[in-house]
Design a protein around this ligand. Structure first.
Ligand code: MSP
Length: 654
C-alpha cells in the first residue's frame, strides 16, 4: 500500500429530487477516482449522501400528510438504489437528519456563537409569502418574486449571522497563493471576481415560524439553521470531526470535493470561511465540473429532456453508461448527452475496437493452442516490444490523467492502446501464420496481444468494473485478480502464465443497432473515403454567390451577450487580457482577447460584451479561451460592442 491518502466527496443531493444524470455523473466520477486510487494502493475514502432539511422537504411532507423525516426515509431509497445499480463503492452515506451529523452542526454553531463569530442582527430584505422565500434586491425581477412573479413583502426581522465578511481578505489571499485550491483555474478566477465586491455576513438562521424543518440553533430555539450551513458540514461530520479525531485527521486535508458549477460559491466562499472560523485546515481542492446538456440545450423537466440514469442502465447496461459519462465530458466544460451520441461512442470504442480485439485474440488462442496461453518466443520482435511499450506508457498516462482530473484524456490513451493492438493484429496477420504453420511466431503474437488486453482490462476496470472483471475471467485470470485490480500488477509484464486456460466469450459488447442506419463516425470516414459518387449531385436551384452565406450558415453562429466577471493582463503578453465571462444559466467561461492595448482590465468588470459562443475552444499562452468577443476596428482604435445593462448574460443576438 502507498502512503498516500485520498478522500473524495460528492455534493449531498436534495433528498426530494428525482435522481437525474447530474447526480449520477458526479457520483460515478467520484467512484471512478476512488477505484483508481484504491488500485494504486492509496488509503481511500469516498463519501456521498443526502441533504434532507429545508423548505422543499417540509412542503412535500405536508402535501403527503406525513412527518418530514418519514418523507426523507421514503425518498432517500431512490438514491441508495441508484448507487447500487451504478456499482458505486462509497465508503459512507451521510444523511443530514442523522444524529451523528446534527450533533456536530449543533456543536459548531454553539462554538461560533460563544466566540462571537455568530451574532444576532436585523435581517432586512424581501420575502415572498406564497413561495416562503427570502430575496435580496438583486434577486427580484421588476420588484417581484423571481419565481411566482407576485409582489414581495419588505421584511426586517431578527436573525443570526455568521461573520463571513471578516474572512474576505484572507480568502482572496488563500486562493491566490494556492492555485490548485479551486479548479479548473477559471473557476478560481470566477470566485475572485465574486470576492471583488464586499463580502456580507451570512444569514445562517430561519425563523421557525416560517420554516421549522432544520437543525435547531442550540442558543435560540425559535430558529433553525440555514440549510447550506448545515449541509456543508457533512464533509467533516461524516469522517469523525469532533468524535473520532484520528479518522478525521487521517482524511481531512487530502479531501477533494467534486461539485457542479452551479454550487461553486457555497463551496468556494461560504465553506472555506466556515472552516477558517472553526480553525480547521482547508480541503485539498474543490473541483467544479460542467453540465450535461442535450446537444446545446439545458436539461429541464419542462423540456422533457432530462436523462434518467435508471433508464439508460436498463437499456444499455451499467458499464456502457459509466464509460460514456467518463469519456464524454472534459472535466470543467459542459458536454452533450444524446442517445445517438451514446450509441455512436459505444459502437466505435467498445463494440468495434475493444470488442473485436477481444474476440480475435481469444478465439485464435482457443482454436490454435487448445484454449491455453501459448509460450512466447524468448526473443520478441520490435513490433511486439513497441506494442508492449505503448501499453505500459498508457499506465503512466492514466495515472497522470487521473491526478490532473483529465479522465477523458486518460480513456483516450487506453483506447489508443486498443487501436494499436488491432493494427498489430492487422500487420502480423496471425490467421496467416496459422496457415503457414509458423506456430512459434503465432504464439508470440497472441501472447503479446493477450498481455496487452490484460493491461487494458486493468486500466478500464475503475470505469467498467463488471465488463472488465468479465474480460479478466475470459483472459483466465484468478478470481482474486478479476476484481482485485492493482496497478502494480497492471504495469508488470509476463503476468499471464503460459498454459493457463482462457474462457470463450460470446462477445463482451454486442453492437447496438443504430437507428436509421446511422454509421458511427469512424465508419462514416471509411464510407466517405471509399465511396465514388455514382450520380452527379443535383444542381442547386439558386446557387449562392461566392462570399455570400445562407441564413442556415448564419444560424450556426451563436452570438450572445456575456458579462465580464474578471479581467487581468497576462504576463509577457502586452496585447492580451484573460477574462472570465458569464453567459447566463451558470455558463461561466474563460476567454482570452487581444484588447489589452485598448481597455484597462478593471474598466471591463461588470460590463456586457458580445461573444461568439460556439467557437471551438483554443489555448492561448497556456490559457483556455472559449469564445470570441466582437469589436469594431476604426483606424488604430478598437471599440468593443457592448450591449447596455438592460441586456442579460446569455441573451441571443441576431
Ligand atoms: N444539496 C445541494 C448540495 C449540497 S452539498 C453540501 C445540491 N443538491 S442537488 O441535488 O441539487 O445537487 C445537484 C448536483 O447535480 C449539483 O452538483 C449540480 O451541479 C449537479 N447537476 C444538476 N444538473 C446537472 C446536469 N445537467 N449536469 C451535470 N450536473 C448537474 O445542490
Amino acid at each position: 500500500m502507498s502512503s498516500k491518502t485520498f478522500y473524495t466527496t460528492t455534493p449531498i443531493y436534495y433528498v426530494n429530487d428525482s435522481p437525474h444524470i447530474g447526480h449520477a455523473y458526479t457520483t460515478v466520477l467520484a467512484d471512478v477516482l476512488a477505484r483508481y486510487h484504491r488500485a494504486q494502493g492509496d488509503n481511500t475514502f469516498f463519501l456521498t449522501g443526502t441533504d434532507e432539511h429545508g423548505q422543499k422537504v417540509q412542503k412535500a411532507a405536508e402535501a403527503r400528510g406525513i412527518a418530514p423525516l418519514d418523507h426523507c426515509n421514503d425518498t432517500v431509497v431512490r438514491f441508495q438504489q441508484l448507487w447500487k445499480k451504478l456499482n458505486i463503492t462509497n465508503d459512507d452515506f451521510i444523511r443530514t437528519t442523522e444524529e451523528r451529523h446534527k450533533k456536530i452542526v449543533s456543536a459548531i454553531l454553539q462554538d461560533l456563537y460563544d466566540r462571537d463569530l455568530i451574532y444576532k442582527g436585523a435581517y432586512t430584505g424581501y420575502y415572498c409569502v406564497p413561495c416562503e422565500r427570502y430575496f435580496t434586491e438583486k434577486d427580484l425581477v421588476d420588484g417581484c418574486c423571481p419565481d411566482c412573479k407576485r409582489k414581495v413583502d419588505t421584511v426586517q426581522e431578527p436573525n443570526y449571522f455568521f461573520r463571513m465578511s471578516r474572512y474576505q481578505e484572507w480568502l482572496i489571499d488563500y486562493i491566490q497563493t494556492h492555485p490548485d485550491f479551486i479548479q479548473p483555474a477559471f473557476r478560481a478566477n470566477e470566485t475572485l471576481g465574486f470576492l471583488r465586491k464586499p463580502l456580507n455576513d451570512l444569514c445562517i438562521s430561519r425563523a421557525k415560524s416560517r420554516m421549522s424543518w432544520g437543525i435547531e440553533l442550540p442558543f435560540d430555539s425559535d430558529f433553525v439553521c440555514y440549510v447550506w450551513f448545515d449541509a456543508l458540514i457533512n464533509y467533516i461530520s461524516a469522517i469523525g470531526y469532533g468524535t473520532d479525531n484520528k479518522k478525521f485527521e487521517q482524511y481531512w486535508t487530502s479531501c477533494q470535493h467534486l461539485i457542479g458549477k452551479d454550487i461553486l460559491t457555497t463551496h468556494s466562499v461560504y465553506w472555506p470561511c466556515m472552516l477558517k472560523a472553526m480553525g480547521l485546515d482547508m480541503p485539498k481542492s474543490i473541483f467544479a465540473h460542467g453540465w450535461w446538456l442535450t446537444g446545446t440545450v439545458k436539461m429541464s423537466k419542462s423540456l422533457g429532456n432530462v436523462v434518467n440514469p435508471m433508464d439508460m442502465v436498463d437499456k444499455y447496461g451499467v458499464d456502457a453508461f459509466r464509460y460514456f459519462l467518463m469519456a464524454g465530458m472534459t472535466l470543467g466544460n459542459d458536454a452533450s448527452f444524446t442517445e445517438e451520441e451514446f450509441i455512436t461512442r459505444y459502437n466505435c470504442d467498445l463494440a468495434n475496437d475493444l470488442g473485436n480485439l477481444v474476440n480475435r485474440v481469444v478465439k485464435l488462442i482457443i482454436r490454435n493452442f487448445d484454449g491455453k496461453y501459448p509460450r512466447p518466443a524468448a526473443i520478441m520482435e520490435q513490433g511486439d516490444q513497441e506494442l508492449i511499450a505503448v501499453a505500459l506508457q498508457a499506465v503512466d498516462s492514466v495515472r497522470v490523467a487521473v491526478e490532473n482530473m483529465k479522465l477523458d484524456t486518460g480513456l483516450d490513451c487506453v483506447m489508443n492502446v486498443v487501436r494499436s493492438a488491432n493494427r498489430y493484429m492487422e500487420v502480423n496477420k496471425p490467421w496467416e501464420l496459422v496457415k503457414a504453420g509458423q506456430t512459434e511466431r503465432l504464439a508470440t503474437v497472441l501472447y503479446t496481444a493477450g498481455e496487452v488486453l490484460r493491461i487494458v482490462s486493468g486500466l478500464l476496470y475503475p470505469v467498467m468494473p463488471e465488463k472488465m472483471a468479465e474480460l479478466r475471467y475470459v483472459l483466465g485470470m484468478s478470481e482474486a485478480d478479476q476484481r482485485g485490480v492493482s496497478f502494480e500488477q497492471v504495469r508488470s509484464i509476463g503476468v499471464l502464465e503460459p498454459g493457463t486456460p482462457l474462457h470463450d466469450t460470446a462477445g463482451l459488447f454486442p453492437r447496438i443497432q443504430v437507428p436509421e442506419n446511422k454509421p458511427c463516425q469512424a465508419e462514416q470516414v471509411k464510407i466517405k473515403k471509399n465511396a465514388e459518387p455514382k450520380v452527379k449531385a443535383k444542381k442547386e436551384e439558386s446557387p449562392v454567390p461566392e462570399g455570400v452565406i445562407t441564413i442556415t450558415d448564419f444560424q450556426k453562429v451563436q452570438l450572445r451577450v456575456a458579462r465580464v466577471l474578471t479581467a487581468e493582463r497576462i504576463e509577457n503578453a502586452d496585447k492580451l487580457l484573460a477574462m472570465t465571462i458569464d453567459l447566463g444559466n451558470g455558463d461561466v467561461r474563460p476567454l482570452v482577447a487581444g484588447i489589452a492595448l485598448f481597455y484597462e482590465p478593471e474598466s471591463l468588470i461588470g460590463k456586457n460584451i458580445t461573444v461568439v459562443a460556439n467557437l471551438q475552444p483554443v489555448t492561448i499562452r497556456k490559457r483556455e479561451s472559449r469564445g470570441m468577443l466582437l469589436a469594431v476596428r476604426t483606424g488604430d482604435k478598437l471599440t468593443l460592442l457592448m450591449p447596455d445593462a438592460s441586456c442579460n448574460p446569455g441573451d441571443t443576438i441576431g
